[in-house]
Design a protein around this ligand. Structure first.
Ligand code: GDP
Length: 303
């Protein structure tokens, strides 16, 4: 666990609201060796409130009940830790290692924290030693473009933009061309977050894809879907649509710190079957951290 060090602290920071609202009341139950039916029920309700999802909670409770029946005594915290780890382990994202010029598309509906994530990610990748170019591909939101420029300044990276209402595919092409010519390893592209219809979204992303591939045939190398943890499982339907039409490769879960539903990591991994590359745990430049199964479970249970 020492290995996790700072990451665990960041997960604790990110899961604080979930702990305060839901998991702290769970604390006294986690240390009981024998639980009666009323206490089991209370535990079940609290786990459901943390948005762990019915499937996971059923599984956790079944294991507890089984162990209680078998040996009369249990260590609830150890059982929860073990079962939760089984549910979230093995979903680690491929590392973000530079190789030529790689293009990352960020998709997701407005308000989820896409612009903020772009800024933080740019800073993170730059901190790893590679230069970054941000492309303001959501050309309909003047405020988002300005905000991106501010993030660009904070992260110390260049932001490419065109005029309001311009063609997102054209600016994506421009960005990829510049990055390739200057051997910049990372291009991060913001995309429109208006979810008009599935068709509309698909057409717009296809157009961006085709434009990018004229410059770099393998682009986009990764498509990151940004999800807002505060919407809990309610955001899952939308996420499913995006992952169907956008060729999503990785997830980013924002605002974990602002959500009492931090448990939503579990149904997200179960339903979308995509790795969570990063989680957002605050509004600062370094508040985007790689998802780590052990740190997540420890942060969740260590109330
Ligand atoms: P966009 O519309 O998807 O581009 O969303 P923004 O990036 O503008 O973010 C919407 C709001 O969420 C802003 O007030 C951000 O500061 C906030 N936000 C984004 N990510 C996080 C996070 O991880 N934690 C917290 N607490 N706030 C966040």
């Amino acid at each position: 666990m020492a290995l996790l060090g700072g990451l665990l602290d960041k997960f604790r920071q990110g899961l604080k609201r979930t702990q305060d609202v839901v998991l702290r009341p769970l604390g006294h139950l986690l240390h009981l060796k024998r639980l009666d039916e009323g206490q089991l029920q209370e535990m079940e309700d609290l786990l459901l409130q943390a948005d762990l999802g019915v499937h996971a909670v059923d599984r956790l409770m079944a294991r507890l009940r089984h162990e209680l029946k078998r040996s009369g005594e249990v260590d609830p915290k150890a059982i929860l830790r073990e079962e939760l780890l089984k549910l979230v382990q093995g979903h680690e994202a491929r590392p973000f290692t530079p190789s030529g010029t790689q293009v990352l598309l960020l998709v997701g509906v407005n308000g989820v924290g896409k612009t903020t994530t772009l800024g933080k990610l740019a800073s993170r990748l730059k901190g790893q030693g590679g230069d970054v170019l941000i492309v303001a591909g959501d050309t309909f939101r003047a405020a988002a473009i300005d905000q991106l420029e501010q993030w660009g300044v904070r992260a110390g990276v260049e932001v490419v933009r065109n005029q309001m209402g311009g063609d997102p595919a054209a600016i994506a092409f421009d960005g990829a061309s510049r990055a390739r010519a200057r051997e910049i390893p990372w291009v991060l592209i913001d995309t429109a977050g208006r979810l008009h219809t599935k068709d509309h979204l698909m057409k717009e992303l296809d157009k961006i894809r085709r434009a990018l591939q004229k410059v770099i045939p393998e682009a986009p190398h990764r498509v990151l879907l940004v999800l807002d943890a505060t919407t809990g499982q309610n955001g899952l339907k939308q996420a499913e649509i995006f992952s169907q039409v956008a060729g999503v490769t990785d997830l980013v879960l924002t605002k974990l710190d602002g959500s009492a539903k931090g448990g939503v990591v579990v149904p997200i991994l179960e339903k979308l079957r995509l790795p969570i590359a990063f989680v957002g745990v605050g509004e600062g430049l370094d508040d985007l951290i790689p998802f780590n199964a052990e740190a997540f479970v420890e942060g969740l249970l260590d109330a």
